[in-house]
Design a protein around this ligand. Structure first.
Ligand SMILES: Nc1ncnc2c1ncn2[C@@H]1O[C@H](COP(=O)(O)OP(=O)(O)O)[C@@H](O)[C@H]1O
Ligand SMILES: [Mg+2]
Length: 353
């Protein structure tokens, strides 16, 4: 049942609990054919649980999964027509690259000539022509991961599921394979669900991201939406808003709102309803704070070289750390003033926590 003829895959309040505790709660998501979806969140947030529920390797505790009008969560995994790529490649060590890739086709009793043609194409696709006769143990980690990907896509799956497929590779290979995966996705017109805890990887690969925390969806959106407009402090913290300042809302300031506390006074943009006088959490990325003629006084503590810019860690007189980027190069001990672009300082309502 490797039919690719579907329009959308629908997860309806998919939940899975272990020992009475939800590892995944009420995941509702419609995946359109051809989309690249990333499930993103810290370790233990339920990403693999979600993927395994989709694959059929884990029964659901509640909810349902649909491929167009066909209910899928009651269909056994081997009949869903999905391809899977895991973090540990799980190749057969005693079979050559070619036979590893051909294995699934043999299991499905695909005719020999057809199987040979498809295996050849898959080997070319992942650039392993010169290694087709080797055993997995004779390949590098990146090459093994390529075999695992070829083995999945050779079955022409209706959906490819990948669970942190690059996390065992070194940084350079990770970047190369990232491009490779996106290229394959496009070339083959795949529909892909990709699990990662690496926000940069998710942002660069996916059409849409699903950000999870403690088994619950926090936000579903395009990379740009999640990156520039996180819906809450948890998504912000996870997406690199390193400056998280517990402050108090002072009142309106043009289109924004003034936030204050502990020697800090800045103007930011409220996310949701922020009542004057209440506690808030103001969030900004290091690249959205800058050194200015006036602003929040702070003393530089650490300066890190980062190519065109330096990363600066400074501390206010009240002891609040500030993380920023700067084209100028201050020295530790320098007294600076820090300001934020009002549209890039996000003000989340409520007490921190
Ligand atoms: N087979 C299992 N038995 C009990 N608890 C599990 C099992 N699998 C996952 N969990 C728990 O469910 C939560 C989510 O796990 P997982 O989906 O593996 O997270 P992630 O892939 O995001 O790191 C974790 O708290 C984990 O300990
Ligand atoms: Mg996992």
């Amino acid at each position: 049942m490797s039919g690719t003829g579907f329009t959308e895959l629908r997860l309806d309040r998919v939940s899975r609990s272990f020992a009475g505790r939800d590892a995944l709660a009420e995941l509702t998501l419609t995946i359109r054919k051809g989309e690249f979806i990333a499930l993103l969140g810290p370790s233990g947030c339920g990403k693999s649980t979600a993927l395994n529920c989709l694959a059929g390797l884990l029964p659901l505790s509640r909810g349902s999964i649909w491929r167009d009008d066909v209910r899928l969560d009651t269909v056994p995994p081997e009949r869903r027509g999905f391809g899977m790529v895991f973090q540990n490649y799980a190749l057969f060590p005693h079979l050559s690259v070619r036979r590893n890739i051909a294995f699934g086709l043999q299991m499905r009793r695909v005719a020999r000539a057809e199987a040979r043609r498809r295996v050849d194409a898959a080997i070319r696709l992942v650039h392993l022509e010169e290694h087709a006769g080797k055993l997995p143990g004779q390949l590098s980690g990146g090459q093994q991961q390529r075999v695992a990907i070829a083995r999945a896509v050779v079955l022409e799956p209706s959906l490819v599921l990948m669970d942190e497929p690059l996390s065992n590779l070194d940084a350079k290979l990770r970047l190369e394979m990232r491009t490779e995966i996106r290229r394959l996705h496009q070339t083959l017109g795949l529909t892909t669900v990709y699990v990662t805890h690496d926000q940069e990887e998710a942002l660069s690969l996916a059409d849409r991201l699903v950000v999870l925390r403690d088994g619950e969806v926090q936000q579903v959106g395009t990379p740009e939406e999640v990156h520039t407009a996180p819906v809450n402090r948890h998504v912000a913290a996870f997406m690199g808003y390193r400056n998280l300042l517990p402050l108090r809302a002072a009142g309106g300031a043009g289109a924004g709102i003034r936030v204050e506390g502990d020697g800090i006074s800045l103007v930011g943009t409220p996310v949701g309803t922020v009542a004057p006088g209440t506690g808030v959490l103001a969030a900004a990325r290091p690249e959205d704070l800058r050194i200015a003629a006036d602003g929040v006084p702070a003393v530089v503590e650490v300066v890190e070289y980062q190519g065109r810019e330096v990363a600066v860690e400074a501390r206010t007189d009240a002891g609040t750390p500030l993380f920023l980027r700067s084209a100028e190069r201050p020295a530790p001990g320098d007294r600076i003033h820090v300001t934020a672009a009002p549209d890039r300082l996000l003000v989340f309502p409520g007490e921190p926590g």
